[in-house]
Design a protein. Structure first.
Length: 135
């Protein structure tokens, strides 16, 4: 992968640190459970390797595109945060009924390489695509 220099906040959200190793894919990495399936409200814990088994241990963050759709306006959110964390991360919310709401960004992982998907409002479709990772 191409190496870039980037300043990012650590998974605890309290200290900026430099990171140099980023790897980007030319095609998205998907998971069959997160490729447009409906979901019920709750918290789901996913591991980076659920999307690509070749992601090395010690990965700190994933580059993700997130899309979700609800049948009703203002009916919920999908929020990606480091595994076991609270607060807001990469987030989409139901603003228009039956249209995909999209967001792209970097999602920090916990020490186990996990992130949490926090869902409110029973979306009719959720897509999580991984486009790269940061060591």
């Amino acid at each position: 992968g191409t190496k870039y220099k980037q300043l990012m906040v650590n998974a605890a959200g309290n200290a900026p640190e430099w990171n140099y190793s980023q790897n980007f894919y030319t095609t998205r990495k998907t998971n069959t459970s997160w490729d447009g399936d409906s979901k019920t409200a709750g918290t789901y814990t996913l591991n980076a390797t659920d999307f690509d088994a070749t992601i090395p241990s010690g990965v700190r963050a994933l580059v993700i595109s997130l899309s979700a759709m609800w049948a009703s306006t203002f009916d919920g959110i999908v929020n990606l945060v480091p595994g076991g964390s609270s607060g807001n991360g990469l987030l989409v919310r139901a603003q228009v009924a039956n249209f995909l709401q999209d967001a792209n960004g970097v999602v920090p992982l916990n020490a186990s390489g996990e992130f949490s998907v926090k869902i409110a409002g029973n979306p009719s479709a959720v897509y999580i695509d991984v486009w790269g990772y940061i060591l």
